[in-house]
Design a protein around this ligand. Structure first.
Ligand code: NAD
Ligand code: ZN
Length: 358
């Protein structure tokens, strides 16, 4: 377990990552380094990171408030202003040290400041390690609608130091795990089997599994960086997952639902749809539902919520010509894109989920 290299950017793991970082900075002729953190990664991750950085180049810390509700253009304006006041020029380097909010927003800020400065991602949440920091999608939300503004641009490097996970809250760990489960379901039954057998999640087991998950994500995005085909597979669980997430955000609901928790429910619902429409095995559906319901807390989605959630599907980024396009599964590891689904079947899926969490 070391590095995954492609021609455009590289992902480095654990013991190898700081050697690579210091060599990259040495060779970069950067004028200044700007380390973007949020309030939590400032507290929990920054000093560990700084202790590994060996450079004479001056650096500045820029901090944003933690949380998805800060992934906005207003926050970007704050960071652009900070860069400007700190005399950032085009030879500046941004290092995004944080979860997906910091890597998405920091990447976008870097790609747009003075028409683009270099950036690298140092993900500190599990979700950012296995998903957000790899693949070049950067951006911010527009109101409750996620990731509406952004650009695709991979930074030069991703450094994955899994020891950052030591301070990550358990619910955030589970949120990231959902993306790993997704990687198994869309790509590789063997990988899914390893994950589903993890009765008790320990950080040691996670290291290898994280590496494999990043390999899967990187393989997919390298083959299809602009999401013309294969990359759409990564949206499995996210059509309904995003709608549920937006619904709970916009309704300031009793539930505080994390992205991965919403995606986990989305995967159960979309496996149900797969079994109804594509002959996905009922046995696999049951196994996936049980696995997910063992890991994640049940979420109370009531009859009165169904239509409002379905209504939100119209904002899904995969929609074309007014149709909602689902990614469903023929089998584990065998997704099918552009599946059209009747609203009635979606309601049946909600009902299936509700019966299974009882
Ligand atoms: P996040 O960045 O909000 O991090 C979750 C929480 O954990 C935050 O409070 C953060 O401060 C805290 N945290 C992070 N690392 C920590 C650590 N080591 N110790 C203690 N606390 C820590 O959210 P996330 O779950 O990392 O990422 C979600 C975001 O990623 C969403 O905005 C989503 O849209 C985006 N995303 C992007 C892509 C992509 O391809 N670009 C893919 C998936 C998700
Ligand atoms: Zn996701």
């Amino acid at each position: 377990m070391n590095s995954i290299q492609t021609k455009s950017y590289s992902v480095h793991f654990n013991s190898n990552c700081y050697t690579q970082l210091n060599a990259y900075i040495d060779n970069g002729a950067f004028s200044k380094i700007f380390i973007l953190v949020d309030s939590n990664t400032h507290e929990y991750c920054l000093s560990k990171f700084m202790s590994q950085l060996q450079t004479e180049i001056p650096f500045e810390i820029i901090e944003i408030e933690a949380g998805e509700h800060n992934k906005t253009i207003d926050t970007c304006v704050g960071v652009w202003n900070a860069l400007s006041e700190l005399d950032a020029d085009r030879k500046g380097l941004m290092i995004n040290l944080g979860g997906g909010v910091v890597t998405d927003l920091g990447g976008f800020v870097a790609c747009t400041f003075k028409r683009g400065i270099k950036y690298i991602n140092v993900p500190t949440s599990l979700l950012a390690m296995v998903d957000a920091s790899v693949g070049g999608k950067t951006g911010v939300d527009l109101g409750v609608l996620k990731n509406q503004i952004g650009v695709i641009n991979s930074g030069d490097m991703v450094l994955i130091d899994t020891s950052f996970l030591d301070t990550l809250p358990q619910n955030q760990l589970k949120s990231g795990l959902a993306e790993m489960l997704k990687h198994g379901l869309i790509y590789d039954r063997i990988y899914w089997n390893k994950l589903k057998d993890l009765s008790q999640l320990t950080l040691n087991d996670l290291d290898t599994l994280i590496y494999e998950s990043v390999e899967i994500k990187k393989d997919i995005v390298t083959k299809d960086p602009l999401e013309n085909g294969l990359r759409k597979h990564l949206n499995f669980g996210h059509t309904l997952g995003h709608a549920i997430e937006s619904y709970f955000l916009s309704h300031d609901k009793k539930e505080d639902l994390l992205h991965g928790e919403a995606v986990a429910i989305g995967m159960v619902l979309e496996c149900y749809l797969s079994s109804e429409l594509l002959g996905f095995s009922k046995e696999d559906l049951e196994e996936i539902t049980t696995t997910i319901n063992t890991i994640y807390k049940p979420v109370n989605i009531q009859d009165s919520d169904y239509n409002a959630i379905i209504e939100l599907l119209k904002y899904d980024k995969k929609n074309e010509h007014g149709n909602i396009n689902f990614v469903l599964l023929k089998n584990i590891g065998e997704p099918k894109v552009n599946c059209l689904v009747d609203n009635l079947l979606i309601i049946n899926a909600f009902e299936y989920y509700n019966i299974k969490i009882k």
